[in-house]
Design a protein around this ligand. Sequence first.
Ligand SMILES: Nc1ncnc2c1ncn2[C@@H]1O[C@H](COP(=O)(O)OP(=O)(O)OP(=O)(O)O)[C@@H](O)[C@H]1O
Ligand SMILES: [Mg+2]
Length: 288
Amino acid sequence: MQIPADARWSTPTWIREVAIPGLREDAVWREFATDAQDQLGTEARSIVSYAFTEMLNNALDHSQGSRVSVSAWLGRVESRFEIRDDGRGALSHIRDVFGLDDLYDALAELTKGKTTTDPERHTGEGIFFTSKAVDIFTLESEGIAWTVDNVRQDQAVGLSDVAVGTRIRWELDPSTTRALIDVFKEYTDDDHVFSTTRTTVRLFGFGVRFVSRSEAKRLLRGLEQFSRVRVDFTGVEEVGQGFVDEVFRVWPAQNDGIVMEPVGMEGPVEFMVRRGLPPSRRSGAQET
Ligand SMILES: Nc1ncnc2c1ncn2[C@@H]1O[C@H](COP(=O)(O)OP(=O)(O)OP(=O)(O)O)[C@@H](O)[C@H]1O
Ligand SMILES: [Mg+2]
């Protein structure tokens, strides 16, 4: 999927292009808020304030670039934002620091949350929560585009024309009723700790069949940092016994107390997953 050069993303209503060294994300946010935040409803304002400052902070703290641009397109029924830097690119940065094989592995890690290359100063939450709080989120780096569509509940990986740096775009209904706090609640426990993740099986291989233990291991990497893992099978047509055994029996046995919750299963996938679950969890396994 090539992202088309889209006329909707030309001529922003608000733009700042600034040098990165010494920049503070809250200063840029205050300028935006003064000029334009009255064009957003109450809930949209808190989501945009979070997404804007988190994505700009990423450009400042991680990109090692020299310039960043922040653009907004504000309309009555639609708001769109873009934050773009000219730095080292999020996916190759993660690939190199974690010693991963390729950019797709890096993307897979990023989607799980708690993936940070700077654990002393960061927690790896910004992209995870931003991608779930807005209507449509896209991260582009080194020719790859990852889109999370929260309206249609879908994700996609495709091609991008962004070769240098990282470009983040998001769209949000200015009168959305989605509350940022509810997005956090879905993935945090009573002590506000980021304890639940949702991992999308389709992002861990090519195609719609997942059969091997090595695909499962890719999916499971780093998940011991959570206490509950929703394993989302949406779009997956077939899973093999090795994959299911690794995800629902072997790994949980090695990581005591972590709950694996299959969601989005259909037909043969549901059959295989239920077969692979411990007997006590076979019926009513699927949640949403
Ligand atoms: N603009 C960017 N340029 C280069 N690398 C980036 C960029 N944005 C994100 N990354 C990489 O992606 C990782 C995850 O980003 P994310 O915002 O989710 O977490 P974080 O910034 O590490 O922690 P937190 O957001 O909780 O402070 C970062 O640690 C960094 O390695
Ligand atoms: Mg961040």
